[in-house]
Design a protein around this ligand. Structure first.
Ligand code: UGA
Length: 452
């Protein structure tokens, strides 16, 4: 029944599109996932998720078997099949510039439009600069056959990698924008499955229906706010460090105030990933284009605080091994580092803009002998930073190390035992970039401990 269960396509089968396609099939919708990358489509179609995301492989297999989920590289079959098309392609940072590259959006929208033969709704999900939805509508008007009346809507997403399935099936809010009653009804029907699941589980999911510009802005506003929280607490960490304060206690104490909240106040090596860093830069750049750049200068500072975490981490390692930095930074030659963590956060194999990997490279540039281990990110990290040494086990990484850098809070690292580890290293020195260990316990086992 297309009035209550529209048929849905997801254009772009990266993290976003693939997770949505699989989860919407799970919710009972007939779904098709589309991508120009044949290898990716073949992988999904044969039941293999080409990236690490807990729980997703099982859900993919289940829904391929249900017959509700298909994957294709044939845009004509996508155009024929779906009533609602979600645009989920990447919007990376432009090379050497802060703004977003919209070429994948343009290519997918133009290609789809040319193949349409009836009125459908095209809904943007990718993170974009405000104003993109109107431009997408213009593209559709120019390239879809005349007279179809194809409309554009917008519905931002808020999924976090490593928690992606949960965030799609059980979001904390639904936001969308439609330009007509028809489109509004269609978007209601598209999201009905999520609301039904919530009702069964006795939860409420608030729905915010708004205009196109607001829907676009909600996404970047949320990511900018989250980034600001992290840089704020990292700035406080600097202050704690020079005063002997404890930033973890400080975060806990301010977090009990519900107006502040206790989430995204973990101080550490700063934020990374494919979203937060590029989104704050794109927002600041767009605000500048629109004449309100001054109001967003603080975001450049949020970015700068974040980047300084990385040089700070290098200095911390230098301090641990007693090498005072010269004018060109510290010389760490002869220092063997067991480097634990390469991904931008735990439970993912994603290394995009990973603070941990960047710090590893900086340590290598300071001539340290850096041996990296990561539970899931080794392959991606190796391709991105071939100058580093990688090993397949934690034991190989720590054997004979002069200093251990524990940088990404994977379960395997958070549960390290100071005594057992101490017997494998050459020197008991640790930089706890995760801020996860109890300093007194480690010091009690003879470690020189440096946290954040
Ligand atoms: C982020 C947002 O959290 C999602 O809501 C959003 O949908 C997504 O971007 C996106 O735009 O698609 P994600 O990039 O998966 O999600 O990662 P987060 O879990 O937000 O972590 C981002 C970075 O912040 C990581 O490097 C993490 O280690 C760091 N972080 C996070 C901190 O340093 N401190 C914290 O307290 C929390």
């Amino acid at each position: 029944n297309t009035t209550t269960r529209p048929r849905i396509s997801f254009l772009g089968c990266g993290y976003l599109g693939a997770t949505y396609a699989i989860c919407f099939a799970e919710l009972g919708y007939e779904v098709i996932g589309y991508d120009v990358d044949t290898a990716k489509i073949d992988s999904f179609a044969s039941g293999t998720v080409p990236f690490h995301e807990p729980g997703l492989p099982e859900l993919l297999k289940k829904n391929l078997e249900s017959g509700r989920l298909r994957f294709t590289t044939d845009v004509q079959s996508v155009a024929d099949f779906a009533d609602v098309h979600f645009i989920c392609v990447g919007t990376p940072q432009r090379k050497g510039e802060p703004g977003a590259d919209l070429s994948y959006i343009e290519a997918s929208v133009v290609d789809l439009s040319k193949h349409l033969s009836r009125k459908v709704l095209i809904v943007g999900k990718s993170t974009v600069p405000v104003g993109t939805a109107s431009w997408v509508q213009e593209l559709v008007d120019r390239h879809a056959p005349q007279g179809l009346g194809v409309e554009v809507g917008w519905s931002p997403e808020f999924l976090q990698e490593s928690n992606a399935m949960h965030d799609v099936l059980r979001p904390n809010r639904i936001v969308y924008a439609a330009q007509s009653e028809w489109a509004s009804q269609l978007l209601k029907d598209v999201h009905r499955g999520i609301l039904e699941l919530a009702a069964v589980e006795d939860r409420e999911v608030p729905v915010v229906e708004t205009d196109l510009a607001t829907a676009e802005l909600v996404k970047v506003a949320a990511n900018a706010f989250l980034s600001t929280k992290i840089s704020f607490i990292n700035a406080m960490a600097d202050l704690c460090e020079v005063t002997g304060g404890d930033v973890a206690d400080l975060a806990k104490a301010i977090g009990y105030d519900q107006r502040i909240g206790n989430k995204f106040l973990r101080a550490g090596i700063g934020f990374g990933g494919g979203c937060l860093p590029k989104d704050i830069r794109a927002l600041s750049a767009r605000a500048g284009e629109l004449g309100v750049g001054e109001s967003f200068r603080f975001l450049d500072e949020v970015d700068a605080v974040n980047t300084r975490r990385r040089s700070h981490a290098v200095r911390s390692v230098a301090n641990l091994v007693g090498r005072t930095p010269g004018p060109n930074g510290p010389d760490l030659s002869g220092v063997r580092i067991a480097y634990l963590g390469a991904t931008f956060k735990p439970d993912t194999d994603d290394i995009r803009d990973s603070p941990a990997l960047d710090i590893a490279r900086r340590l290598r540039s300071a001539r340290a002998d850096v041996v990296v281990y990561d539970p899931e990110g080794l392959e991606n990290a190796k391709a991105h930073a071939p100058e580093l040494s990688f090993v397949k086990t934690l034991a190989e990484a720590v054997a004979g190390a002069d200093v251990v850098c524990a940088m990404v809070p994977w379960e395997e690292f958070r549960t390290l035992d100071p005594e057992a580890l101490g017997q494998q290293v050459a020197e008991r020195r640790i930089l706890d970039g995760m801020n996860a260990f109890d300093p007194e316990r480690w010091r009690g086992h003879g470690w020189t401990y440096q946290g954040i």
